[in-house]
Design a protein around this ligand. Structure first.
Ligand code: DUC
Ligand code: ZN
Ligand code: ZN
Ligand code: ZN
Length: 493
């Protein structure tokens, strides 16, 4: 057997199985699984030394090279630096955004421009979700072409003046998405309530970063989540609620799932590890943890989110990597003044970097506190995102003959001495991480993309090449879709 690469002695973990065996790789694909695969003719052998071997991470929520949308200034990372950061953190596929501004009259043009930004730049494989902020008849009519181009998911917003949609516009999108078989992601926070409360806070002299959290309480997330679910139920079409931070929002999702509705949900590491206290740090430091929805109050909220991962309420765990620079023409310099040494929360762009830290941080927490099983970890970080967004089984799995040889090899027990994370260890183009100083207990030791080693932590580090990453055309979701097959349901319309 002439394999290109054999990964030996791994504790191989997939969403369905766990076992000690080898992986034989040929022509960029998983070719064979089994104990004691022959290595005499293999071009390369990597000994996993009994460590976990998992499918390469699929991060289905990454913002790269986006113009200003969530405050001033565009995202710090472009396709080169963001995808480089991804592979160094064990992620082999990212799904980024092709963002429509309200003035863009064709979503196909937006996609073409996004391809221009990405082509030849990426270290990992990638695809796009479309952000829809102006669902004109023309744009809705372009969904079928999007699907033909391998783009089978959309994101829409219930907040941010530049992006927010009215409920009737959301229904228009859900109907067109249902007809096309597209999955719709929804940012569920009540934008009008947030804008009102923000004004009131400012009237009362509350400008510090911690008031970012005050201005967007759980109630506003739970309300919008419940409303989004009602719209999806009426339209009988699947949605995914992105970046869920609140146990109260998760309770609405759980109830809908129990009723058999195709409601999916995502959460992110910031809702497992950050709290309001991180926004209260000295000076402008709190700005580093301003994301939306905001970090919640404390341990009970974190426990609620961990529970939602363990019990299946959350389908996927993504980074929501949405990077801005601390020292930036639109960062500290413009937000901070003598009068406001902590800045004004309203002007801090909403988002944190995290594409590189997603897997390592969560695996470290699992190894320390058994927050969930390693199989569940693989399900929510690799397999489910691939299924939900039409990448499975090419991505997110290790099925011989079917899956790309995208593999993450971890450290065996006792091999990596726990250390404190520092931003200088990361490979993004951002001057901070919100997780500075947090304990790392395990981390991807090797990342393999289509059979090529692209990250070798103990060797040269980043060994992948810019431009090796490819655009991946996606099919439609393989998770449950509409309950009814009827195209038009007069009982409702
Ligand atoms: N939503 C995102 O998905 N990312 C960053 C900001 C936001 O509100
Ligand atoms: Zn063979
Ligand atoms: Zn969002
Ligand atoms: Zn996002």
């Amino acid at each position: 057997m002439d394999f290109d690469l054999v990964v030996k002695n791994g504790r191989v973990v997939t969403a369905s199985d766990i076992g000690t065996y080898d992986i034989g790789i040929k022509d960029g694909k998983v070719h064979m699984l089994g104990p004691n695969l022959p290595t005499e003719n293999a071009k390369r052998v990597i000994d996993a030394e009994g460590a976990y071997v998992t499918p390469g991470g699929v991060d289905a929520h990454v913002h790269l090279a986006e113009p200003a949308m969530y405050g001033k200034g565009g995202t710090a990372d472009d396709y080169e630096t963001g995808s480089r950061s991804a592979v160094c953190g064990g992620t082999t596929t990212i799904v980024t955004f092709a963002p429509q501004r309200k003035t863009d009259d064709s979503i196909l043009d937006v996609v073409a421009r996004t391809h221009d930004r990405a082509t030849g730049q990426a270290y990992c494989d990638y695809s796009f979700h479309c952000i829809i902020s102006n669902p004109s008849k023309k744009v809705l009519g372009e969904f079928e072409t999007l699907k033909e181009q391998g783009i089978t998911s959309l994101k829409l917003y219930m907040t941010y003046a530049s992006l927010q949609l009215r409920d009737n516009e959301i229904l228009d999108i859900l109907l067109a998405a249902r007809r096309t078989g597209i999955t719709t992601m929804i940012h569920a926070e009540n934008g009008d309530m947030i804008a009102w409360l923000t004004d009131k806070l400012e009237e009362h002299g509350h400008f510090d970063p911690e008031y970012h959290a005050t201005s967007r309480p759980q109630l506003m997330e739970a309300e919008a989540t419940n409303r989004a679910i009602a719209m999806a139920e009426m339209m009988d079409t699947p949605i995914l609620i992105v970046h869920v931070s609140s146990p109260s929002a998760a309770a609405h999702i759980r109830k809908a799932q129990t009723a058999g509705l195709p409601i999916y949900a995502e959460t992110c590491p910031q809702y497992l590890f950050l709290t309001r206290a991180d926004l209260q740090k000295d000076g402008f430091e709190g700005a580093k943890c301003v994301c939306s929805p905001p970090p919640r109050d404390g341990a009970e909220d974190h426990e609620g989110i961990w529970r939602g991962l363990a019990n299946g309420t959350f389908t996927i765990l993504s980074s929501d990597h949405c990077p801005f620079r601390y020292e930036d023409p639109y960062g500290k310099k413009v937000v901070v003044s003598e009068e406001f040494p902590k800045g004004k929360f309203k002007y801090i762009p909403n988002g944190c970097p995290g594409v590189e830290t997603r897997l390592g941080m969560v695996m470290s927490a699992i190894e320390k506190e058994e927050k969930m099983t390693v199989q569940k970890f693989v399900e929510v970080t690799c397999t489910n995102p691939a299924k939900l967004y039409g990448l499975y089984p090419r991505k997110g799995a290790l099925l011989p003959g079917l899956s790309d040889a995208d593999i993450t090899i971890w450290y065996p027990e006792g091999k990596l001495k726990p250390y404190a994370l520092k931003n200088e260890m990361l490979h993004h183009d951002v001057d901070y991480t919100p997780f500075e100083g947090r304990e790392v207990r395990n981390w991807p030791r090797y990342t393999i993309l289509r059979g090529e080693v692209v990250w070798d932590k103990d060797g040269e580090g980043l060994v992948g090449k810019k431009g090796y990453g490819e655009f991946v055309k996606r099919g439609i979701s393989t998770l449950a879709g509409p309950k009814s097959k009827e195209e038009w349901r007069p009982d409702i319309y």
